[in-house]
Write a new protein. Structure first.
Length: 139
């Protein structure tokens, strides 16, 4: 039987929220191609670079960097589990399992080889785990 691997709920959380959305919530204006003031230290001159394509950040002043989840944890003074729970609540992300357990593999029955049928099965499974509002026509 073929198996299709899905992302864990943690990976889902990281991919669902954008670091630009989190910066906006924190009142930090993103300036493409420029440095921003870092909220993690007394920054007199901008020293934090935002990387929207990798959903990450790095401050050249305090040498702190990471993904959107780490930014969330640092900016709110939260631990890992508390940060995940708050992101799930604030962004209305529905996850059917504990945030650290993987989403089960999709099992494709023997004999199913039509790519369209497989795609339909994958899409049906995806809709169970990823909220509809994340996707728009054409995505």
């Amino acid at each position: 039987m073929k198996q299709v691997q899905y992302m864990t709920p943690i990976e889902k959380v990281k991919s669902y929220i954008s670091i630009l959305d989190v910066l906006l919530l924190d009142g930090i204006e993103y300036k493409p191609g420029k440095l921003n003031k870092c909220p993690f230290h007394n920054d007199k001159t901008p020293s934090m670079k935002i990387y929207p394509d990798t959903n990450s950040f790095y401050c050249f002043g305090c040498r702190v960097g990471g993904d959107v989840l780490k930014y969330w944890m640092l900016s709110r003074g939260m631990g890992y589990k508390e940060a995940i729970k708050s992101i799930l609540d604030i962004f209305h992300i529905d996850t059917p399992r504990d945030a650290s357990s993987p989403i089960p593999l999709l099992e494709i029955p023997p004999g199913v080889t039509n790519p369209y049928v497989i795609w339909e099965m994958v899409e049906a499974q995806r809709r169970k785990y990823i909220p509809y509002t994340k996707y728009k026509a054409g995505d």
